[in-house]
Design a protein around this ligand. Structure first.
Ligand SMILES: *Cc1c(COP(=O)(O)O)cnc(C)c1O
Length: 222
């Protein structure tokens, strides 16, 4: 355990040294133990991402607001209330129905929530996220939701293949990010572009990402 904590600390430091200071590292924590997560925090991780509400809740309850919590997995509407209660940013809004539900849940508790819109840039049918051609319409509608602040875009990129194969999808997402920012819609500021994982984060940063979500390279193989 001790040596694994040391390995995690080394990995965190290495990544924090190699990414530009304006890029936020989100540690993708699915399947990791509390000890592993604490080791990452000790080493300088300040943002943690979870895919599943059920897995995240006990960890967030234990660790609390020492770090910023990102929802990075597909969010079901029946979990919107918990997501609003426990997370600081929801990166995976991909439908009007979800956006509307989140807004209502935020209104109930008087919270303003930072959200990103997830784009299925690789157009993979087994993946969540909005098709690129549908993003404008959703963001225009979301602009009317008082309790959600649309702060950027998130994408996974294609799951398979050489990380270099993700580059065109990252580039297209960056172009959408720039274009949407130029619309100057109320409640919409294109500040965060979340793309890149363990094998692709360097390419994502080259293509403009300022949030990277990294699991394996911090914690080891799952
Ligand atoms: C697991 C996960 C990551 C990190 O993946 P690694 O390849 O382990 O770095 C990033 N984003 C999302 C949405 C994930 O589910």
């Amino acid at each position: 355990m001790i040596s694994h904590a040391n390995e995690i600390a080394e990995s965190v430091k290495r990544i924090l040294e190699t990414i530009p200071s304006e890029v936020t590292l989100v540690a993708a924590a699915k399947t990791r133990t509390l000890g592993e997560i604490e080791a990452a925090i000790q080493a300088g991780v300040t943002h943690i991402g979870y895919n599943y509400i059920q897995e995240a809740l006990p960890v967030i309850q234990t660790i609390g607001s020492r770090v910023t919590w990102h929802m990075i997995g597909h969010l079901q509407r029946n979990k919107a209330k918990l997501a609003v209660q426990y997370f600081d940013m929801i990166e995976t809004v991909d439908s009007w129905r979800l956006a509307e539900t989140l807004d209502r849940r935020c209104a109930n508790v008087g919270k303003a929530m930072s959200v990103l819109v997830e784009i299925n840039s690789g157009r993979e049918s087994n993946k969540t996220g909005l098709l690129p051609e549908d993003v404008d319409e959703l963001i225009r509608k979301m602009s009317a939701l008082e309790h959600l602040h649309v702060e950027g875009l998130m994408t996974m990129g294609p799951r398979f293949g050489n990380p270099e194969a993700s580059r065109p999808y990252f580039r297209a997402t960056r172009a959408a990010f720039e274009r949407l920012g130029g619309l100057n819609l109320p409640n919409v500021t294109m500040q965060y572009l979340s793309m890149g994982m363990s094998n692709s984060y360097r390419i994502a940063i080259e293509e403009g990402a300022n949030i990277v979500r990294i699991g394996t390279r911090l914690f080891g193989e799952r």
